[in-house]
Ligand binder design. Structure first.
Ligand SMILES: CC(C)(COP(=O)(O)OP(=O)(O)OC[C@H]1O[C@@H](n2cnc3c(N)ncnc32)[C@H](O)[C@@H]1OP(=O)(O)O)[C@@H](O)C(=O)NCCC(=O)NCCS
Length: 182
């Protein structure tokens, strides 16, 4: 994959040296609050950077101006030419449109170069920043699943069930949006 360049960002494959920037945000309780994992230790961040350097689904999002890795996107291939989008950004770099800018570029890459027909994303309805981002892309809310999953357990080891919003966008919807904004 060639790097994807946007106005302010470079989207590239992970490198094992990315672990420090990865640790900076994966060790933040607020950032991993809705994720299916807990905060990372330095050792886990090192292993994760090595894993991601060899994984096709993870994309590092870096600032053009200084190369700093500020977050990551995930784009995993499923069945029926459907891909799933995910994203996690360093708190210091949220609220500036970087997630929207990079995710839009990745959706475009998926539809134009990877053969994606449909892209989906899921998030907890309580994760307002996440579904607001999805609606900016613009993805459509297709459903709300009640207590369909749990990532974390309570004090007695009981599942902490959570609800899920499901979002999607089809290739033709994406094209229409691009044409509308020309
Ligand atoms: C979900 C997540 C990536 C969203 O990040 P974000 O910073 O809110 O999204 P963006 O980068 O698109 O920034 C949008 C915000 O920046 C503002 N903004 C400032 N400059 C902007 C610009 N040039 N372009 C667009 N938006 C801009 C927008 O108004 C918006 O603010 P608002 O939320 O007050 O409406 C982030 O909250 C995150 O990493 N959370 C933790 C991990 C997580 O929960 N992942 C999802 C699991 S499902």
């Amino acid at each position: 994959m060639e790097n994807i360049i946007t106005e302010r960002l470079i989207i590239r494959r992970f490198d094992e040296n990315d672990w420090m920037d990865l640790y900076e945000y994966l060790s933040d309780e607020e950032v991993v609050r809705f994720e299916p994992y807990n905060v990372y230790t330095k050792e886990q961040a090192m292993e994760e950077a090595i894993y991601r350097a060899g994984a096709k689904s993870f994309y590092a999002v870096c600032l053009k101006e200084n190369g700093k890795l500020i977050g990551n996107l995930y784009l995993g291939k499923g069945e029926f030419d459907t891909w799933e989008l995910g994203y996690v950004f360093n708190r210091s770099f949220q609220g500036q449109g970087y997630a929207t800018e990079s995710a839009r570029a990745l959706l475009d890459y998926a539809f134009t170069s990877l053969g994606a027909r449909r892209i989906i994303a899921m998030c907890n309805p309580k994760n307002e920043q996440s579904w607001k981002l999805l609606e900016r892309l613009p993805m459509r809310r297709e459903g709300m699943l009640l207590q369909n999953i749990y990532f974390k357990t309570g004090a007695q080891g009981e599942p902490l069930w959570v609800d899920t919003y499901e979002y999607a966008i089809l290739k033709n919807e994406w094209k229409l949006d691009i044409d509308r904004n020309k």
